[in-house]
Design a protein around this ligand. Structure first.
Ligand SMILES: [Fe+2]
Length: 291
């Protein structure tokens, strides 16, 4: 299958300026564009990786996946249509806004917008510089990072994301959240990153549970952890996940969903076998009520 990586994410947020401050001073992203109604951010040589648009939802708006070229975009479109997905070929206005050469859009079974494109914009002539001094974000062949959606029908989600989109299941975790609450998390890869996407049927009404940014050094995680700790916005303490072995913490965003900030993940290999786990973490990742 032709999807190669997660390219970008878009959120609908109530307070765009607050998000700009958050993304630049807490996460170390570089502002690429900003207005009262929309802002975009960079983490690498690409023109943008995260977009926040003003709106009441404070939730997921879209994810953009990247294929290598126009032929792969056509093949993916045909595969989606063969699985009964209605695909829109986006015109000049949106391709120009996204800075890509070709773009299609469609929805998953729950109405979550997904975009697939080829030909993203590189800005090597304007080097990425982190305003907080982050040594760098792990992107490249592994794409932007990952995100986790709350879905109401796990079987429908499995069928769509594996068959229509072509993701590979990495593993599942039977997660006991606490107080008799449990769920199953499903993790999917489309490149060496252990998961670019995951879903579960979760408590709460938000579509987006969290998104993840991977930095190049453990000190980058520790320095960010101190910033979230200073204003009591750590929602899950530092820990190491069982499945991707990432050392990370989770912080609150201005929109209520969380951001995971991590380092040191292992990658999937050519001989990857699907496994299951009974715990999300080897150590740490304790829930912490934000102030
Ligand atoms: Fe995560």
């Amino acid at each position: 299958m032709s999807i190669k990586k997660l390219g970008y994410l878009g959120f609908e947020v109530a307070d765009v300026p607050k998000w700009s401050t958050f993304a630049t001073t807490k996460l170390g992203m570089m502002e690429a564009s900003a207005s009262e109604t929309e802002a975009t951010f960079r983490v690498d040589s690409r023109a943008w990786r995260l977009s926040v648009s003003k709106g009441p939802a404070d939730d997921y708006l879209f994810a953009g996946y990247e294929v290598d070229n126009e032929q792969e975009l056509q093949e993916l479109k045909q595969n989606l249509e063969a699985h009964g997905v209605s695909v829109k070929v986006e015109g000049q206005e949106l391709t120009a806004k996204r800075g890509v050469l070709g773009l299609i859009s469609f929805s998953d079974p729950f109405g979550n917008r997904i975009e697939v494109y080829y030909g993203g914009t590189e800005l090597f002539e304007r080097p990425f510089v982190s305003p907080t001094g982050v040594s760098g974000f792990q992107t490249g062949d592994q794409g932007l990072g990952h995100y986790v959606l709350n879905v109401e029908d796990v079987d429908a989600a499995l069928a769509f994301y594996t068959k229509a989109l072509g993701f590979q299941l990495a593993d599942i975790i039977n997660w006991t959240i606490g107080d008799g609450l449990s769920t199953t998390l499903y993790f999917f890869y489309c490149n060496g990153r252990h998961h670019s996407f995951a879903f579960a049927k979760l408590p709460g009404s938000k579509r987006l549970h969290h998104f993840m940014l991977q930095v190049n050094g453990m000190d980058d995680v520790g320095l960010a952890n101190d910033k979230f700790d200073a204003d009591r916005t750590v929602v899950m303490t530092l820990g190491r996940h069982t499945n991707d072995h990432m050392i990370s913490f989770y912080g609150a965003t201005p929109s209520g969903f969380a951001v995971e900030y991590g380092w040191g993940a292992r990658e999937v290999t050519h001989h990857w076998s699907v496994v299951r786990y009974d715990s999300i973490s080897i150590w740490g990742h304790k829930f912490q009520a934000p102030a």
